[in-house]
Design a protein around this ligand. Structure first.
Ligand code: CP3
Length: 360
């Protein structure tokens, strides 16, 4: 039983039979469904003109603008899903954390969270349902226009958010965050608990308002050893998803450089695992025991290559994806801003044309 409202797209007949939801549930539609991480954004001229002069996080919190930006790639590319236009740091901002997105850099904090006292101050901040209203409204406006195309809601996993909170901004190896988990395990636990709860509420707001699936992004989990991931991080991702399990929507878990921890990522309790471009999907499926749906994994760098190169890579990915119970086609990470959007449209058309033709 799901505690979603009966008017939710997943329950009222709009999205339960869509290719995306069927695939996430382990069924094989005629061709793999396809969507792209970061399909909304700077690769689209219509996005650049709408965003002109509006700071990134303000655009996420304007329900009409967030909705329009979410719909742009769905209209243009004919992808099998929208992904709600927002950012992993939005729940931090809505809880009262001073954070901005600096163009070309990423999230930057007013004051980093480095000590046990910093964590205590952070843990006093509460993310209310009221503060999440712009998110719920943006999702509701979007699904009202998406019809039978499912919307994916998302959230950042506690470790990736902690990597920004502790470092105070983007970093290469997340050294300070990795240090805190060993130097002050109590502060680390408190930081991860708070982050899990805040990010879980952000995801829940999107799913309740009409998103039909949820993806947890642990983009930077690949910087951890498998042992550290299993003992200091996986429990918190599990806790974040505990906030939404009663809703019964499919859940997906993705990270970059996570080839060695795919099974542990699956075991936080998800239906599908996103794979970056480094691990072939048949190998990923083998590591997952052949029983988990996979999503991925075209190298974003190939988007700049001649079409014949892209086509060969797609054939290979779709063939390898057949080792898993089901496969959702995607990139191995987000769309680079300089991508020619016509290439993305062509990829969607090509994947949709592959019915039964690849495995021979
Ligand atoms: O289309 C979609 O995928 C939905 C929108 C989305 C955004 N951010 C919009 C965005 C999603 C799912 C995210 C998640 C996100 N944000 C992640 C996890 C996914 C991943 O890419 O690994 C991370 C690590 C962030 C943090 C973040 N926000 C970064 C690193 C950046 C890039 C900074 C830059 O300018 O290059 C952002 C900003 C951001 N989030 C942009 C978009 C479209 C670019 C902002 C702009 O247009 O100026």
């Amino acid at each position: 039983m799901s505690s979603l409202p009966s008017t939710h797209p997943l329950l009222d007949g709009r999205t339960a039979d869509s290719a995306l939801i069927r695939a996430y549930r382990g069924d094989r539609p005629a061709t793999p469904p396809v969507w792209f991480m970061r399909q909304a954004g700077r690769s689209l001229p219509e996005y650049r003109s709408l965003r002109e002069g509006v700071p990134m996080l303000d655009s996420c919190l304007d329900p009409a603008m967030a909705s329009e930006i979410t719909l742009q790639p769905v209209r243009r590319h004919g992808v099998d899903a929208g992904i709600f236009f927002s950012d992993i740091v939005i729940p931090l901002r809505l809880a009262g954390v001073g954070v901005e997105i600096v163009p070309g850099r990423g999230p930057v904090l007013d004051s980093p969270v480095r000590t046990a006292e910093d964590v205590k101050r952070l843990a006093d901040l509460v993310l209310t349902d009221e503060a999440l209203t712009p998110v719920s409204e943006g999702v509701a406006t979007t699904v009202a226009q998406l019809g039978r195309t499912p919307l994916i809601g998302f959230a950042g996993a506690p470790f990736t958010l902690a990597a920004y909170l502790v470092e105070g901004g983007p970093s290469k190896e997340h050294m300070r965050a990795r240090a805190m988990m060993h130097a002050d395990p109590d502060a680390w636990r408190a930081l991860m608990e708070w982050t899990a709860d805040v990010t879980g509420r952000f995801l829940r707001a999107q799913l309740l308002a009409g998103a039909s699936a949820g993806q947890l992004f642990d983009s930077w989990a690949g910087s951890l050893s498998p042992t550290d991931y299993a003992s200091h991080v996986a429990w918190a991702s599990h806790r974040a998803l505990d906030a939404v399990r009663d809703l019964g929507t499919p859940l997906v878990h993705f990270g970059v450089g996570t080839g060695d921890i795919l099974a542990t990522m699956r075991d936080v309790g998800v239906d599908a695992v996103g794979v970056d471009w480094r691990t072939p999907l048949d190998e990923a499926s083998r590591r997952l025991g052949g029983e988990t749906v996979v999503q991925g994994n075209l190298d974003p760098a190939l988007l700049a290559a001649p079409w014949s190169v892209i086509e060969t890579a797609i054939d290979d990915i779709v063939r390898r994806g057949e080792a898993a119970p089901a496969h959702v086609f995607n990139l191995g990470h987000g769309v680079p801003p300089e991508t020619d959007p016509a290439v993305l449209t062509r990829i969607v058309e090509y994947v949709h044309s592959l019915e039964g033709s690849v495995s021979q």
